[in-house]
Design a binder for this molecule. Sequence first.
Ligand SMILES: Nc1nc2c(ncn2[C@@H]2O[C@H](COP(=O)(O)OP(=O)(O)O)[C@@H](O)[C@H]2O)c(=O)[nH]1
Ligand SMILES: Nc1ncnc2c1ncn2[C@@H]1O[C@H](COP(=O)(O)OP(=O)(O)O)[C@@H](O)[C@H]1O
Length: 406
Amino acid sequence: MGEVHEMFVDETPKVFPVDLDSDSGGYQTATVLGEKTYVFGGFDDESTLSIGIRILDKLTGKWVIPIVLGTKPSQCKGYSALLVNNDRILILKRDSTPDDCTWFLEVDTQFVREQKKILETEVVAWSKGVQGDGPKPIVISGPSGVGKGTLISKLMKEFPSNFGFSVSHTTRAPREKEKDGVHYHFTERSHMEKEIQDGKFLEFASVHGNLYGTSIEAVQVVADAGKRCILDIDVQGARSVKASSLEAIFIFISPPSFEELEKRLRARGTETEEQVQKRLRNAETELEQARSLGLFDHILVNDDLEMCYEHLKKLLDLDEIMDASYHSSPTMAEHPVISSVSEMDHKVLIHSGNAELGKASKSLSVLDVSSLKGGAPGRTRGLNIYTLDPYADVVQGIKILQNPSH
Ligand SMILES: Nc1nc2c(ncn2[C@@H]2O[C@H](COP(=O)(O)OP(=O)(O)O)[C@@H](O)[C@H]2O)c(=O)[nH]1
Ligand SMILES: Nc1ncnc2c1ncn2[C@@H]1O[C@H](COP(=O)(O)OP(=O)(O)O)[C@@H](O)[C@H]1O
């Protein structure tokens, strides 16, 4: 990250965005939250902005370079920054396409606070804003041999552009047909334990004597591809995800009977007898927990495979997903040139327009951030952007903000 050439820090307890455009290079914004000032910005060689972050801690008077989680926004020609909901900084990129315009730098969300505890240092996390209720990730759990993998494969095969599999890490040995990086990231226990300590995992659990875990990156990669994430994890993992900031749908796959489960597990022929016994013993606990914990939104019995698959598709509302996907466009103009942003009652006013095109190109949009969902790692859903029309009626616009009809 480059030197801070120029900076303005607003000391008011509420936060304030400061945009600095400087001819001599160095575009910085400073946002104050409590005792901390988050400063970011900086030009690279091509005079486009690559967003680097540093934090000034007023208590110690020192600069801290935080650990930055998540995929950061691509370079841009400028941006506006504004603290929203007292836990994240909204970044509106200028001259960006509508679906790449809205980002959040999470500075004090639940996820970031958890990571700060684990990593014992300053942490911030990027998350891309998604218009409306983008589909939630899907957590699938169930005993070994019940058919989770089979159902997930069918779903991914039929809807390759909708779903992406969260590739877990595991310390168990690969089965004959399993590929590293596709079915699992097969890893050494010491390596995985170190990565868990470094805060790289969203959740992990010891299952059937091996360590399994979902890395933050595994979920992020799927979100970055614009797909809905599917996690195949055990009940302990599902509990951890439920307690985390990742808002998901929880589905438990149950066998029609214990005998059938045993039959499938043996027929698969991938485990030793000792392993089969262990998995069957654990299956009893898993089935019991699935019923008693109240954790799962749906319990599906996988008796006839095709029928179960049809039920799965139905409860995932696949027709709806096709229509209301991640890609729905905000109503904000194409490639907005944002001139200023301000916040009121969780509504962000965005003045945008193109100076060269004059007044006709100006517009005022409202970004409603009152019901954000999800967040890092991955996507912040629940954005609601609407345009106030016409620009000349700013006063009327503010009235609308005080009595929002949305
Ligand atoms: N908590 C957690 N469980 C996982 C993860 N990946 C896989 N599992 C679970 O680990 C268990 C064993 O998986 P695996 O060895 O592939 O055997 P299988 O269930 O018989 O296919 C299953 O219950 C999986 O759902 C993970 O990342 N986290
Ligand atoms: N509904 C079903 N009826 C019969 N066999 C099934 C059914 N679903 C899956 N199987 C088979 O059972 C075995 C275990 O399925 P798998 O998907 O590997 O389970 P899991 O991922 O839950 O451990 C596989 O051989 C699979 O082909």
